[in-house]
Write a protein that binds this ligand. Structure first.
Ligand code: HEC
Length: 202
């Protein structure tokens, strides 16, 4: 019953949004902006295969449609969004990237609660346990021939700025509706995953 599941998911998201402190809205917005800017960079690089470009464009369009709400919740100004939409329609990655950077400066991602100062053995063990149980099945040997593939998370962690990977974790884990894992993970759990992926699967 996927429809029902998505509804339950949406209700949970609305509930937790209502219950959450202001800080949670700010962080969600900042993480979305960071992921969007990263996706625009991938589009601009020209290195993505056509199928992935299609998926990224669809994801950017989806992110743009929820951006006004995220901005309002975080007391931000949604007046910049129509210009972003025009830039996306025109595939003007430079303009879209620049506008997102401006928004990112206004809504910076604060990762203090998420990034552990030190990857202690306990944290790494927790990260490994969560990964093995909940993530490895899809992410360790991912199928690439789809519009939005799951990537190898160790490779991803090593191939982009730390803040961007953290933002992708914040959004990406939440974005997977097929797992039914409690959502989102606590900062402790996300921090443990982060430490585990950064260490590398060696
Ligand atoms: C049922 C398969 C599945 C499971 C289980 C799963 N993922 Fe994913 N994940 C995906 C797919 C498919 C995508 C790509 C979809 C997308 O980017 O919207 C994705 C996207 C992501 C992204 C975003 C990547 C990006 O480019 O922005 C992150 C980060 C991520 N997953 C982390 C995790 C972690 C951590 C876990 C375990 C807690 C997990 N996933 C469990 C399938 C899965």
């Amino acid at each position: 019953m996927p429809g029902k599941f998505v509804l339950a998911f949406a209700a949970a998201a609305v509930f937790s949004a209502a219950a959450a402190a202001q800080g949670e809205h700010q962080r969600r917005l900042a993480a979305e902006l960071t992921v969007m800017a990263g996706d625009v960079r991938r589009m601009a690089s020209g290195a993505e295969p056509a199928l992935h470009r299609e998926g990224l464009q669809a994801r950017l369009a989806g992110a743009l449609s929820s951006l006004p709400l995220l901005l309002r919740r975080a007391n931000g100004d949604a007046s910049a969004v129509p210009a972003l939409r025009v830039a996306l329609e025109r595939h003007d990655w430079r303009a879209l990237g620049a506008a997102l950077e401006t928004l990112k400066r206004k809504h910076p991602l604060d990762l203090a609660g998420l990034l552990p100062q030190k990857a202690t053995p306990e944290r790494l063990r927790l990260g490994e346990a969560i990964h093995r149980q909940a993530c490895a099945g899809c992410h360790d040997a991912p199928v690439q021939e789809t519009k939005l593939p799951a990537f190898n998370l160790f490779v991803q962690a090593g191939s982009m700025p730390r803040a961007e990977f953290a933002a992708r974790l914040l959004i990406g884990v939440r974005g997977d509706r097929s797992t039914a894992w409690r959502n989102p993970f606590s900062d402790l759990e996300l921090g443990a995953l982060m430490a585990y992926y950064e260490k590398g699967n060696k």
